[in-house]
Write a protein that binds this ligand. Structure first.
Ligand code: UTP
Length: 325
């Protein structure tokens, strides 16, 4: 089975980190976001990933080629014209009569994909949310989806479509996106995948939903940190560090150095980082960081960063240097 993973976006909500890294390569619980996604897909039997790249796409390609041996195809989306357009760019790579799985590149999930991929109908992953205005939503009835609405201003359903899509036959989806593009049908300025799926429903395709309980958004600093916390649960380091206290759960890269430091809980420390005389909790520290004499919580620290002093809560990007007296 082929899976499409669109990751062409700029990731503005995760600046400054996304100035130097594509969103999907940000580390959460010890590996990049896209690493979590790929591992789940491969476990479920996906044997080819079609990755739609754009912003800093060569970094994504390099990382994936280095770490995975399944068939990888990279498709460039030079202009970000929306998710529908991104998927449409893959048309020539997916045979019309084959099933297809699509997953957004900033969604880490915990779902029994085996059951989903065996479904007799096309099916969309949904989750009940308190405020559906930020999402595409599914209106259901009689065991199927009656209608999809992209970011509804008036609440028609609280079943949000959370970024996992199973299509029984890829061809029908591509024809519907063709129709949107030929007729320049845009919603909120973009060719929307939700609009193409709605067209499929209007053309008679039966869609069901599957519940996504484990859905971990990584699109904003606060959700990246809460996802880090959730994924680290049950993650323990047994290694002892001289003069340090480790409050599990934590992920500490094998070659990180800790001295006179308290780490955790809910903390990821990246490769080659040195943390000394500090307290770090509920945080993500990137690779090659130097953190000294500081108390950090709810913080995201980029790669190649030096921090000394005692700020309390920060969100800084790669190659930064902060000294607080
Ligand atoms: P988002 O709407 O979250 O966009 O797209 P983004 O660029 O990643 O993040 P922000 O909003 O600027 O902070 C959801 C997913 O769809 C992909 C994105 O890369 C992301 O994985 N996408 C979206 C594309 O590949 N192409 C598009 O035209 C739009």
């Amino acid at each position: 089975m082929k899976a499409i993973i669109p990751v062409a976006g700029v990731g503005t909500r995760l600046r400054p980190h996304t100035f130097s890294h594509p969103k999907v390569l940000l580390n959460v619980a010890g590996k990049p976001i896209i690493g979590h996604i790929m591992d789940k897909l491969i476990e479920a039997g996906v044997d080819e990933a079609i990755v739609i790249v754009g912003y800093l796409g060569n970094m994504v390609e390099e990382w994936l080629r280095k770490h995975y041996s399944i068939k990888l195809t990279f498709v460039d989306q030079p202009e970000r014209l929306g998710l529908g357009h991104a998927i449409w760019m893959c048309k020539s790579y997916v045979p019309e009569n084959e099933p297809l799985f699509i997953i957004l590149g900033d969604t880490i999930f915990d779902v029994d994909l085996d059951a989903v991929l065996k479904s007799p109908f096309s099916s969309l992953g949904v989750k009940e949310v308190a405020d559906p205005r930020r999402f595409g939503v599914a209106v259901t009835g009689g065991g199927k989806i009656l209608k999809l609405v992209e970011k509804p201003d008036t609440p028609v359903s609280n079943l949000a479509i959370v970024g996992l899509y199973f299509l029984k036959q890829a061809g029908q989806l591509f024809s519907c996106i063709d129709y949107l593009i030929e007729n320049r049908i845009l919603t909120k300025g973009e060719y929307q995948l939700t609009d193409a799926l709605q067209l499929m429903i209007e053309n008679g395709e039966k869609f069901t939903t599957f519940p996504v309980q484990g859905w971990y958004d990584c699109g904003k600093p606060e959700t990246l940190l809460s996802t880090n916390e959730i994924l680290l649960k049950d993650h323990k380091t047994e290694k002892e560090y001289h003069g340090c206290i480790i409050n599990n759960p934590v992920f500490i890269a094998e070659n990180a150095i800790l001295e006179n430091t308290i780490v955790g809980p809910n903390t990821t420390i990246g490769e080659n980082s040195v943390i000394s005389n500090s307290i770090v909790r509920d945080s993500i520290i990137g690779n090659d960081a130097r953190v000294t004499h500081i108390m950090l919580e709810h913080s995201i620290v980029g790669n190649n960063t030096t921090i000394t002093g005692n700020p309390h809560e920060i969100n800084i990007g790669d190659f930064s240097e902060i000294r607080v007296g």
